[in-house]
Design a protein around this ligand. Structure first.
Ligand code: FES
Length: 240
């Protein structure tokens, strides 16, 4: 378990932007009177997002005031959940999944890129733009290896496309979220699908086919019953 402390160097004040303040008030309004503390995690999350993905003491105190909570209660939440960063993490905070599926698919190569370009984990790069941390499974194993950067996932990484991604982020260019190989969600790469290739599975022609089968079975049963009734009527003696 890591020790989680507030950063040594802290800004004097923290204020939500007008937009974020309105958003925060909308979260608070979701709860009945006296239960405003239930909004503590969303407010801390928004404060962190506004402050380059780390939570200064002033933001924790601000949230405590807004929710009428003792500061220590908000501090407990902020220091308990590892999704809250308590010290600067650069403009782009990279969380590298190092769990088995990602490791088997090349996470160690991605880690080598991070070490070469940024340095050790929990260290902000010299330009203040990047920091990284190895974490456990982020739930995108189908598209391993992957990283989370701030709020978004970047998947199907390799050394080449990950370096290009970091170059684009450093230069402020727009980047593509999700699969870096062009996959849609976790579907096969374009043109490489080898399963579920039967067109009838997707063109709607099979929809309701089970109903048609039931109707055919019912019609057969009715025809058999009718034939039996006619045979019985034609030979009443056999009925006894
Ligand atoms: S193992 Fe990496 S996302 Fe699950």
């Amino acid at each position: 378990m890591s020790v989680r402390r507030l950063a040594d160097k802290q800004p004097e004040t923290f204020e939500f932007t007008p937009d974020n303040l309105a958003w925060a008030q909308a979260q608070i309004d979701k709860y009945p009177s006296g239960r405003q503390a239930s909004a503590v995690i969303p407010l801390l999350w928004k404060a962190q997002a506004q402050n380059d993905y780390w939570l200064p003491r002033a933001a924790i105190e601000k949230v405590a005031t807004m929710l009428d909570m003792p500061t220590i209660r908000v501090l407990e939440v902020a220091t308990f959940y590892t999704m809250f960063n308590l010290e600067p993490v650069g403009r782009h905070f990279i969380q590298l999944c190092g769990t088995t599926p990602c490791m088997l698919r090349g996470a160690n190569d991605i880690r080598a890129v991070l070490e070469k370009r940024i340095g050790q984990q929990r260290h902000v790069s010299a330009d203040g733009k990047f920091a990284w941390l190895e974490v456990e499974c982020l739930g995108a194993c189908c598209n391993a290896p992957m990283v989370q950067i701030n709020d978004d996932y970047y998947e199907d990484l390799n050394v080449e496309n990950f370096n290009a991604l970091l170059d684009d982020l450093a230069a402020g260019r727009p980047v593509k979220k999700g699969s870096q190989l062009g996959r849609v969600s976790s579907e096969p790469e374009p043109g490489k699908g080898s399963t579920l290739t039967e067109g009838a599975l997707f063109d709607g022609s099979l929809v309701g086919s089970w109903k048609a089968r039931f109707e055919e079975d019912r019609a057969r049963a009715e025809a058999a019953a009718k034939a039996a009734a006619e045979a019985a009527a034609a030979n009443p003696a056999e009925k006894k």
